[in-house]
Design a protein around this ligand. Structure first.
Ligand SMILES: *[C@@H]1O[C@H](CO)[C@@H](O)[C@H](O)[C@H]1NC(C)=O
Ligand SMILES: *[C@@H]1O[C@H](CO)[C@@H](O)[C@H](O)[C@H]1NC(C)=O
Ligand SMILES: *[C@@H]1O[C@H](CO)[C@@H](O)[C@H](O)[C@H]1NC(C)=O
Ligand SMILES: *[C@@H]1O[C@H](CO)[C@@H](O)[C@H](O)[C@H]1NC(C)=O
Ligand SMILES: *[C@@H]1O[C@H](CO)[C@@H](O)[C@H](O)[C@H]1NC(C)=O
Length: 845
């Protein structure tokens, strides 16, 4: 396993809600069952407003818990899961606009905000209001942004039209999960309650963030919010130092369910969609009709950077734009990565709205302006609150119907794709119209599939389909406004339009049998029929899907809704073998590892690979480049034994971690004899270095012990040994030139063995392993890094090995990282290597 966990505090999640007494009884019974009398443990008291009610979890302190004792706990019939308690940080990188100076005390404020920049660890955070956006290039040049005058966002979105009709948010309960709010803030008239979930002796906002977001939602003067009459429930879940714990959140969430909160804008987010207590709790919240709005993150412009929970189907995930309708550079991009390697990601964000230079309430009084997707998210939360208050029959407002109204009314932005803008820009007035004539129904996101529509349907529109290609998967979200549970009735059917050559495509469909909460998926796999192998043209048809939900009021009744999904594709004749490249996704382990170490000095970027390692996420540039050179790139989401190699020129393996079955090794060997070529980009793997870079993280109370380096070299060596090839466990770094290109080798390995009749390119590089292990610097002459080989059999393929994959991975070449590479070159330290390491390993657990 990747991490040897030495946590001391665990969240013990139960299968239902129990009294404190019952919970304690179950835990002690379960631990007695472990037969470990010496185990020291106690229940950590939680004194907060949720303590008065039954709960579905307990916080347990266990000294030196063995994996066995944790497993025994999980064996108890009422215990669902045991996970380490986590400390949650948020990073605030605010850029107060110049205009902010008046009401907020500018100088002091600025310094304070900036002093937080260092904490970027273990994030369930969406609050890094990226400095990157000020240094932006191209379309989002910093000059333009500096000129952007902060505006009253509620007015720009025409909230005043609804105010004049008498809609001001009244009767809608909004929860603000943040840093609190001071008691007598002049901007708010309807603060229903302020609750304390932290260990600090205050309910006030010592930071300004909680006040700002509350203001965007409900301020009634100066910088007006959307819904001044809404009922504000202020949950102080973050300390003034931006720290929180899983248990604080879970308690506060349970309380929000009890209080029948209508709208909750979630103030945290992180890359880890496998953080179970958290993801489960979000499902439970939406199942209880809490409309969740969350920011998709500030990790753009890299793709595959969506934060959880905004990437969930039941949550409204919001991205940011500036006032000139450009997607904010910092706004995270799709696709979702839960579905890899076998399937395909869903479209997210859901919508975008203003996230740059938005004005909101200042900490004590007055206004200030801020930027970030965390600013765009309260804009949507405010709009949702206002919208909910316009509907006479509140029964009709639920997490699905609200999302349906928002996405159906959103305005498509020209020139940007669906992974950047989702359904487009929030349009409050159109959403109001749709919501007020709403009939419960199902709908689809995206609502149609047009593989010819560029750039909106990127990446689908970037490559036509052809006979024999891997099926193109479009993973559509089904939203069900009829009820929290639903099901797909019968099998969805594909209906080709015969005059439009619909019979030239084959469609296979998989779908969630049960839609809960409020949503499910409809994955459409499209391939070309054999008879169209040399045909060129456009083919069309549609998929029909019927959803049923139990009617909420009449006993035994059922509501049904049938939706049509139009499909349009462009077909070309199958390209020649030499033009077809297959990307091995299957052996790229998917993130996430679960825990993020804190390294507050340099680690500004994400510590781990969490972008999916897919040609449409962090290998997007490489993909575009191959496409522009006329190659067709397909994705293999299954073992090597599962594809017909005679169709492909090249198999591309980058930085793979998964092991190979003996059958795969045998098949690959045969495939290469028969003319398939293989390109492997590897990475480093050195056990001494791995041991050296393990460390104890005092914040998560975890040991970080990587069990693999950048790539799984032992597994790769198994694969390539038949050709007399092997990678080494060396670790090298440095600059060099190759065919007039300036290159940088960022902690790669070298080639240890290569056939004599092959070509090997060697360069002088620094022995980075030695540097880490012994703090010695040594340049090694002639390190073999690139090997090129023509297999001897008649018509046999070629093999190319390269020891480093950083050069083709976008996540190492984006804004922050390029500067890190520069730092790295100047002062390679253990820290740099660690971060490089985190980029490269994933969970084996
Ligand atoms: C900022 O704070 C200082 C000290 O608290 C005060 O003297 C000064 O007038 C304030 N400036 C503004 C612009 O409010
Ligand atoms: C908040 O809760 C903590 C822990 O129970 C307590 O120490 C603190 O005094 C509380 N603060 C307020 C303002 O109630
Ligand atoms: C589609 O998305 C759902 C939800 O994430 C996932 O469970 C399913 O496996 C995906 N299907 C495909 C074929 O990608
Ligand atoms: C809304 O959520 C975003 C992150 O998802 C957060 O930055 C912001 O503080 C939240 N606002 C409120 C009102 O809770
Ligand atoms: C790791 O790298 C060091 C330094 O280059 C080297 O001496 C050692 O042999 C490598 N392998 C292992 C297993 O330590």
């Amino acid at each position: 396993h990747l991490l040897s966990s030495l946590s001391t505090e665990y969240i013990v999640a139960f299968t239902g809600y129990f009294s404190a007494k019952a919970r304690s009884l179950y835990i002690s019974r379960a631990l007695q069952g472990a037969g470990d009398g010496a185990l020291e443990w106690h229940i950590v008291p939680r004194e907060n407003p949720a303590s008065d009610f039954p709960s579905d979890f307990e916080l347990v302190h266990i000294r030196q818990a063995s994996p066995r004792s944790l497993l025994t706990l999980e064996d108890h019939p009422y215990i669902k899961r045991v996970t380490p308690q986590r400390k949650v940080f948020r990073t605030l990188k605010y850029i107060p606009s110049p205009e902010t100076a008046a009401p907020c005390n500018a100088t002091r404020g600025t310094q304070k905000w900036q002093s937080w920049q260092s904490s970027r660890p273990f994030r369930r955070t969406s609050l890094s209001l990226g400095s990157g956006f000020w240094h932006a290039t191209g379309r989002h040049s910093s000059r333009r942004l500096l000129r952007a005058i902060p505006r009253h966002v509620a007015q720009i979105l025409q909230a005043d039209v609804l105010w004049q009709m008498g809609h001001t948010g009244s009767g809608v309960k909004v929860a603000v999960f943040d840093t609190g709010l001071s008691e007598k803030h002049p901007h708010f008239k309807n603060v229903k309650e302020r609750t304390n979930w932290t260990n600090e002796k205050t309910l006030d906002d010592g930071l300004g963030h909680g006040t700002f977001v509350a203001g965007v939602i409900a301020s009634m003067r100066e910088c007006q919010g959307f819904a001044p009459d809404s009922e504000l429930h202020i949950f102080r879940v973050f300390t003034n130092n931006q720290v929180s714990y899983t248990s604080w959140f879970l308690d506060a969430f349970n309380y929000a369910i009890l209080k029948k909160i209508d709208v909750l804008n979630l103030s945290i987010g992180g890359p880890d969609f496998m953080d179970h207590p958290f993801v489960d709790k979000v499902w439970e919240l939406t199942a209880n009709r809490v409309i969740m709005v969350s920011a998709i993150g500030n990790d753009g412009p890299l793709y595959g950077t969506l934060n959880n929970p905004a990437d969930q189907m039941d949550v409204i995930g919001v991205g940011g734009i500036d006032f000139e309708d450009n997607i904010a550079r910092f706004s995270s991009r799709g696709m979702t990565t839960w579905e890899l390697p076998g399937g395909y990601g869903r479209v997210k964000p859901d919508i975008v709205t203003y996230g740059s230079g938005v004005r909101g309430s200042g900490m004590k009084e007055g206004c200030r302006s801020l930027s970030g997707t965390s600013v765009a998210s309260p804009v949507v939360a405010g709009a949702v609150t206002l919208l909910a208050s316009t509907v006479l029959n509140r029964e009709l407002v639920n997490p699905a119907s609200m999302k349906q109204a928002l996405i159906a009314s959103a305005r498509r932005l020209p020139g940007v794709n669906m992974f950047e803008q989702g359904h487009g820009k929030l349009d409050l007035i159109r959403a109001y119209q749709i919501l007020n004539s709403y009939r419960p129904q199902a709908s689809l996101s995206p609502s149609y599939i047009d593989l010819t529509e560029c750039p909106y349907m990127w990446p689908y529109c970037s490559q036509p389909i052809y006979y024999g290609g891997m099926p193109t998967i479009v993973n559509v979200t089904i939203l069900n406004g009829m009820g929290v549970t639903g099901r797909v009735v019968d099998k969805p059917i594909w209906q080709p339009y015969l005059p439009q050559n619909g019979d030239n495509i084959d469609v296979a469909i998989s779908y969630s049998p049960v839609l809960w909460p409020w949503a499910g998926y409809l994955a459409v796999s499209i391939s070309v029929a054999k008879k169209a192998a040399s045909w060129e043209g456009i083919a069309q048809g549609h998929v029909m899907v019927t959803v049923a939900s139990p009617a909420e009021n009449d006993v035994g009744g059922e509501l049904t809704s049938t939706v049509k999904l139009p499909v349009k594709v462009k077909i070309v004749p199958t390209p020649p073998r030499s033009k077809r490249v297959l990307w091995d996704q299957y052996h790229n382990l998917r993130y996430p590892p679960g825990y993020f170490p804190r390294d507050n000095l340099r680690m500004k970027n994400d510590p781990l690979d969490w972008n999916g390692d897919h040609i449409h996420t962090n290998f997007r540039d490489m993909y575009q480049h191959l496409r522009s050179m006329g190659y067709f790139v397909e994705v293999l989401g299954a073992p090597i034994t599962c594809f017909d190699a005679s169709q492909y020129g090249t198999l591309l393996m980058v930085d793979s971690e998964e092991e190979y079955f003996p059958e795969e090794i045998t098949k690959l060997r045969r495939d290469i004899d028969n003319g398939l070529s293989l390109i492997i980009f590897s990475d480093w793997y050195n056990t001494s270095v791995m041991r050296k870079v393990k460390f104890y993280d005092e914040n998560t109370r975890q040991w970080w012990m990587p069990d693999t380096g950048g790539a799984n070299i032992p597994a790769l060596n198994d694969l390539i040994s038949v050709w007399g090839m092997a990678f080494s466990d060396g670790l090298y770094e440095g600059d060099f030139t190759l065919a007039d290109h300036d290159m940088y080798y960022a902690s790669g390995c070298s080639i240890a063995r290569f056939p004599e009749d092959g070509i090997v390119i060697a360069k002088n590089l620094k022995d980075q392993g030695l540097e880490v292990l012994k703090q010695e610097t040594a340049v090694v002459e002639g390190v073999p890094i690139l090997g090129l080989y023509q297999t001897p059999s008649d018509g046999g393929g070629r093999i190319a090995l390269y020891g480093d994959s950083n050069c083709i991975d976008d996540s190492h070449r984006q804004k922050g990282s390029s500067s890190i590479i520069t730092q790295h070159q100047k002062t390679p330290t253990l820290k740099h290597l660690r971060r490089n390491l985190y980029f490269c390993f994933r969970s084996w657990s």
